[in-house]
Design a protein around this ligand. Structure first.
Ligand SMILES: N[C@@H](CCC(=O)N[C@@H](CS)C(=O)NCC(=O)O)C(=O)O
Length: 335
């Protein structure tokens, strides 16, 4: 009987430690824009907390490079690229919502990538990449919103926003990247991440592989919806590029709208979707637009130099699976 008591004490202590840790890692929504009342420690006037694989981080990094800003880059892991660093205590002190990216300007955080994009103009004397006229500004904001991912319900607006299709279309590469991640890191998500569906998806992908999750569960349906909606969005972008006369989405003015689209193209490219969409429809204007974006010096610094090995190997694995498995091809492309 006496052996029983230390066991109960031990379990109670473990439970108390877990609940305390859980409380400290609780996330809460934040509003976008600069938080002037918050003062974080900083080494450089401008710091960016981001992840090179995150769509929202890429937009901001590209814009910062376009402006030629001098900044410190803090690489924060997502579970897909390493571990749940976004819900570590250290990162939650920077952003209590546990989301990337965050710009920190002289210690004041700026939240939400689209707000950060607009805020960057205040940090530079360089020529703005925001149109000066009201109509151009409005059009640019509409494109930015079109490429946005909501913090509340990322996939809700698939029919109207290209950004909302991104999470669904990223699921296949998530599934191939996750095989490089230690299962213990995934389990952390069940303990501390507010969204339990995602660790469930990652665990299934780790155990069953891409073929397995496409056969059972909701992934196949979500991907199909994202694919069909995104094809329509690509046609919309292509038509706008043609009608505007290029070379940019707003005509001859390069802007944050192009940067937001660049990040969408990249995600579709690295996941094999871009090639597939090109085979479904005439997207020549997009092909030219994308090539021009990749040729800019900002692309080299924000994208090429920050590439992660885990993304490269996940991409290769995905391409191999697509090539070698008719069942996976059928599920992904419906043919
Ligand atoms: N609306 C937000 C969305 C931010 C967002 O969803 N960030 C993702 C990476 S792209 C993230 O940090 N995810 C971490 C998680 O959900 O645990 C923005 O544009 O900044």
């Amino acid at each position: 009987m006496a052996w029983f008591i230390p066991l109960i004490v031990l379990l109670t202590l473990a439970l108390i430690a877990y609940l305390r840790e859980k409380r400290q890692r609780r996330t809460r929504p934040v509003s976008g824009g600069k938080q002037s009342g918050v003062h974080l420690p900083y080494e450089k006037d401008i710091e960016l907390y981001a992840n090179p694989f995150s769509h929202c981080s890429r937009k901001v990094t590209l814009a910062m490079e376009e402006y030629g800003l001098d900044y410190a880059y803090h690489n924060v892991h997502l579970i897909e690229t390493g571990w749940y660093e976004t819900i570590s205590r250290a990162f939650l002190a920077v952003n209590p919502s546990g989301l990337l990216p965050v710009l920190v300007h002289k210690g004041a955080p700026v939240y939400e990538s689209d707000d950060i994009l607009l805020y960057l103009e205040t940090l530079t004397d360089k020529q703005s990449i925001i149109p000066h006229d009201a109509a151009g500004r409005k059009a640019m904001k509409e494109w930015i919103e079109f490429c946005s991912v909501s913090s509340h319900d990322p996939m809700a607006a698939m029919d109207t926003q290209a950004g909302a299709c991104v999470p669904a279309l990223t699921l296949p590469i998530f599934a191939t990247m996750i095989s490089d991640i230690d299962i213990r890191h995934i389990l952390t998500g069940f303990l501390f991440h507010p969204d339990k569906v995602r660790p469930m998806f990652f665990l299934s992908a780790k155990l069953l592989g891409l073929g397995g999750i496409l056969k059972t569960g909701p992934a196949g349906g979500l991907i199909g919806r994202g694919r069909d909606a995104m094809l329509g969005h690509m046609e919309t972008i292509n038509t706008a590029l043609k009608q505007g006369g290029g070379p940019w989405i707003l005509g001859d003015q390069f802007s944050l709208a192009d940067i937001s689209l660049a990040s969408i193209y990249l995600r579709l490219d690295e996941t094999g979707w871009l090639e597939w969409f090109m085979g479904q429809s005439d997207l020549h204007a997009i092909a030219v637009h994308y090539a021009q974006l990749k040729a800019r010096p900002s692309w080299q610094k924000a994208i090429e130099e920050k590439q992660l090995d885990i993304v490269k190997s996940g991409r290769q694995r995905l391409l191999n699976l697509v090539q070698n498995s008719p069942a996976i091809r059928r599920k992904l492309y419906g043919s």
